[in-house]
Design a protein around this ligand. Structure first.
Ligand SMILES: Cc1cc2nc3c(=O)[nH]c(=O)nc-3n(C[C@H](O)[C@H](O)[C@H](O)COP(=O)(O)O)c2cc1C
Length: 234
């Protein structure tokens, strides 16, 4: 009888130990799954937030902040002869955005704007990538905005250096920048791409749209509609 009892107790203990061992194995594999999936999701986030090229496939229609309906938009622009200013005004009107003019501390005279003169102020600034004309007036309250339309004229194929001053004056991390430009005949070229390195890699840059002086308000309306920038889409 006694050996029988010892045998039964041993059998029970063996069963309990086997059950514990298999539970431990399950927990270990579940832990591994969690940590792997966390790793892959953080990798995804990193690759999205580190994307520093212009996202050709993205419009504000796809922008998560836009979908939430409470995004705040700013139209910041620099303009010397009124073309960019006019378009900035239409964009602000049609999107319900606030307007901010980038004003140089030292205004550009007509001699400064003479782009046929190799010694004019603008030619010298554009030839010097380090030039940072000083901005005067009130600062823009960038923290209040999720989306910033950024408008400028093309000067010698590039954005005026004061746009670099503007971008280096604020932290645009996590925001979306929609660049647009005006010119006599040149396209946007690499103007917006060249500005990206001045901002955090977490900024989403949408493609730069170029407008001519005779652009109509209807054209702007259509651009806003096609890209989902309109009030109703926010
Ligand atoms: C210094 C300077 C350089 C310019 N360079 C170019 C150029 O490279 N290509 C072009 O098509 N237009 C060029 N333009 C014309 C302006 O881009 C165009 O007139 C623009 O719409 C002016 O914008 P604003 O009225 O907002 O200042 C230049 C104008 C200036 C003053």
């Amino acid at each position: 009888m006694k050996p029988m009892i010892i045998f039964l107790i041993s059998a029970c203990m063996l069963l309990v130990m086997t059950a514990c061992a298999s539970q431990t194995a399950t927990m270990t594999s579940a832990d591994a799954t969690v940590s792997v999936s966390n790793d892959s999701s953080s990798d995804e986030t990193a690759s999205v937030s580190n994307a520093s090229s212009i996202d050709e496939s993205t419009s504000l229609k796809d922008d998560k902040t836009g979908e939430s309906g409470d995004s705040k938009i700013l139209v910041a622009y620099f303009s010397c002869t009124g073309t960019t200013e006019k378009i900035a005004g239409w964009i602000a009107e049609q999107t319900g955005a606030d307007l901010y003019e980038i004003i140089p501390e030292s205004p550009y005279t007509s001699e400064d704007l003479n782009y046929g003169d190799s010694s004019s102020r603008t030619t010298q600034e554009q030839n010097n990538p380090e030039a940072r004309p000083v901005i005067s007036g009130e600062s823009a309250d960038i923290d209040r905005y999720d989306i910033i339309f950024l408008g400028y004229p093309i000067w010698h194929g590039q954005a005026p250096r004061i746009i670099s001053s503007f971008l280096e004056s604020y932290d645009f991390s996590g925001k979306t920048i929609v660049p647009f430009c005006t010119s006599h005949s040149s396209g946007a070229g690499s103007s917006a791409v060249d500005l990206q390195s001045l901002c955090s890699p977490s900024v989403t840059w949408l493609p730069c749209e170029r407008f001519s002086a005779d652009t109509s308000t209807e054209t702007i309306e259509e651009w806003i509609e096609v890209n989902g920038y309109a009030r109703g889409n926010r």
